[in-house]
Ligand binder design. Sequence first.
Ligand code: ZN
Length: 296
Amino acid sequence: MRIANLNGRLIATALGGAIDIAEASAGRFGPDPQGVYDVWPDFVEWARAGLADCQPVPYDAAQLGAPVPRPRQVFGIGLNYREHADESSMDVPVEPTVFTKFPTAITGPFALIDLPTSTVDWEAELVVVIGRAAHRIPAADAWAHVAGVTVGQDLSERTRQLLPPVPQFSLGKSFPGFAPLGPEVVTTDELPNRDDLELGCALNGEIMQQGRTKDMIFDVPTLIERLSAIVPLQPGDVIFTGTPSGVGHARKPRRYLNPGDVLSTWVEGVGQLSNGFVDDTGTQSAPSPVYESKGR
Ligand code: ZN
């Protein structure tokens, strides 16, 4: 099953069309795309038969918003691919490196995104959506607590992120629009192999990142085990599971996003984001004196 957010309403997508869930279920499930995760097991059970007789209607994909618009908690995992840890000149972590992207950073799969500075970078990621409350869950049971997966970009303002003396991962990755998600949340039974998916991103058509989720240092079940050992995971929470190598900040010379760029981000069998960028540097003052504006 694939679900999405069409103009703020929960839909299932099938055969290139949309099924409005509130209408198809005669109000049993509400129109709020975020609310469905609170009743996920009931929804999945209803959908087996409830969607079968529905006639999907054509829709405009440009109207899709984030399929998980208001998670209570957003987890980001740093350095979860060995080659990315290497390119970042960081040690391979022995425990997951965790930060948050504040939920106001979430935007739609085809959104136009403001660039607050000239040092904004890309990170293509598989994003996991929690479908059942999970506290102290062993890895072997972890996938049963997942509603589905989607595609995410962990956009990162590197100057703020790496500002000494203590790096500011959460703020540097939480400017408005820095967490595009979508286009759909896909249940893992739709995937060829939920533990080994190709993912990547391309900038103006040039491939920047290309990896496989099997190369994660901490795979999805282990991430859920380690996170839920400390934090009770709530339905509708999302986990950005880390990015493979090929980010702009690690390139020589370094590369960042510019106004007018188009960034495509995909996960095999899950979907593809396409985000454009506009210049916002002229409309706000620099947040700190050491903040590099690079003359823009
Ligand atoms: Zn990331």
